[in-house]
Design a protein around this ligand. Structure first.
Ligand code: OGA
Ligand code: MN
Length: 231
């Protein structure tokens, strides 16, 4: 089975698609930070890309404020999908979420230009629950996770086009995540050149809706992107 092969690979050498600061953190986060390379076929990746491109192309890349967590990006949220894309998203749901898990109805689509990157952050608990599942399109990238209390503990995820990553539980709450900028984009010794990258991110809703929280919050990135695409 592909899944058990991947697990053996990383347990033995720390290579494959997940590297870590040590065997303990790799083992502890085995089910909390997961990469499924080749989750999408080339045809599925193309289906998503073609469906997303028109809405993305209408927007400009944003560079923004000195403290913004994402640089060189444009984004949208999408609720209506073609049948082919719905089938893909259903597979993501089955792979990443429990059978009774409700998801946020809007899927977050983030387009990073070749120089774009995401600084370390933890998704706001006001807008996002325990599980984040993301598909990567077009370019490989490296996602780094660093423990917020113990910065010597880290993981690197190699996200190739067509891969799915899942962050849940401790990986989502106790570790920051970031997408490395081109000049820092290494998976261990291996250089991973960055080009334009699109991610399609499904999230579970916040565990508890706290009264008075508003999407205008200036929290780091996370669930509600500012723009909504209803097409
Ligand atoms: C975010 C984020 C990761 C990705 O938007 O909060 O961390 O895969 N995105 O684009
Ligand atoms: Mn995030």
């Amino acid at each position: 089975m592909a899944g058990s092969g991947q697990r053996a690979l990383r347990a033995v050498s720390g290579q494959g698609w997940v590297r870590g600061s040590g065997p303990a953190v790799l083992s502890r986060l085995r089910d909390a930070a997961v990469v499924r390379p080749g989750f999408l076929s080339a045809a599925e990746e193309e289906t998503l890309r073609r469906e997303l491109e028109p809405a993305l192309r209408r927007r400009r890349y944003e560079y923004d404020h000195w403290d913004a967590a994402i640089h060189g990006f444009r984004e949208t949220e999408k609720s209506r999908w073609s049948e082919a894309s719905q089938a893909i998203l259903q597979r993501v749901r089955e792979a990443a979420f429990g059978p009774n898990q409700v998801l946020l109805p809007l899927v977050h689509v983030l387009d990073l230009e070749p120089k774009g990157y995401i600084k370390p952050h933890v998704d706001s608990v006001k807008f996002c629950g325990a599980t984040i599942a993301g598909l990567s399109l077009l370019s490989s990238s490296v996602m780094r996770l660093v423990h917020t209390q113990e910065p010597t503990e880290w993981l690197e995820l190699l996200l190739e086009p067509g891969s799915l990553y899942i962050l849940r539980g401790s990986a989502r709450y106790d570790f920051s995540h970031e997408i490395l900028r081109d000049q820092d984009s290494f998976f261990g010794e291996r250089r991973i050149p960055r080009d334009r990258r699109i991610s399609v991110i499904c999230r579970s809703p916040p565990e508890e809706q706290s009264p008075g929280c508003s999407p205008q919050s200036t929290d780091p990135p996370g669930c509600p992107p500012p723009v909504t695409d209803s097409v």
